[in-house]
Design a protein around this ligand. Structure first.
Ligand code: ZN
Length: 158
């Protein structure tokens, strides 16, 4: 029951909370995926042939003054259709990242208000990683805006 409430509080609809561990400086929330199938990125066919699963820590938004990690299953499937093995893509994580998208957004917002060094200290992650997140977010934001801003001084001009 309490775990169901925690699932609701976590607010990622595709996940179910199965437990948690509280540590000095962090909370780990153990989750599982509700669906037991995934879509093959190669051919778009949904597959249920899971062939491996491994829990990996995924950094998420801080909670009650502690760092928060989701222990999230990284699942590999074998496609029913094209027979290729693939790693499941998740809507709330950019493929290959160990942060949730909303945590990346949070880092980006923090960086707009303070220095990378301050964010590094506050979040306990390296400034190289922070710079990478910041850069990828600014690029994504520009692309969403429809036009890539031209660098001044390049091409054209009076
Ligand atoms: Zn396939």
């Amino acid at each position: 029951m309490a775990l169901r409430e925690l699932s609701d509080f976590l607010d990622i609809p595709s996940l179910r909370v199965t437990g948690y561990r509280k540590q000095q400086d962090r909370v780990e929330i153990i989750v599982e995926l509700k669906a037991n199938s995934a879509v093959c990125p190669e051919c778009g066919v949904r597959s249920t042939r899971k062939h491996s699963e491994k829990a990996i820590p995924m950094r998420d938004l801080p909670c009650f003054g502690r760092q928060l990690y989701l222990l999230l299953p990284r699942r590999r499937f074998k496609c029913n259709h094209c027979c290729k093995p693939f790693t499941e893509r998740l809507s709330f994580v950019d493929f290959g990242m160990s942060f949730t998208k909303r945590y990346e957004q949070y880092i980006y917002d923090q960086c707009k208000e303070r220095s990378f060094t301050a964010v590094e200290k506050q979040e306990g992650i390296s400034d190289t990683v922070i710079a990478k997140v910041y850069e990828s977010f600014s690029t994504a934001q520009m692309q969403r805006g429809g036009s890539l801003r031209q660098r001044p001084g390049k091409s054209g001009g009076a």
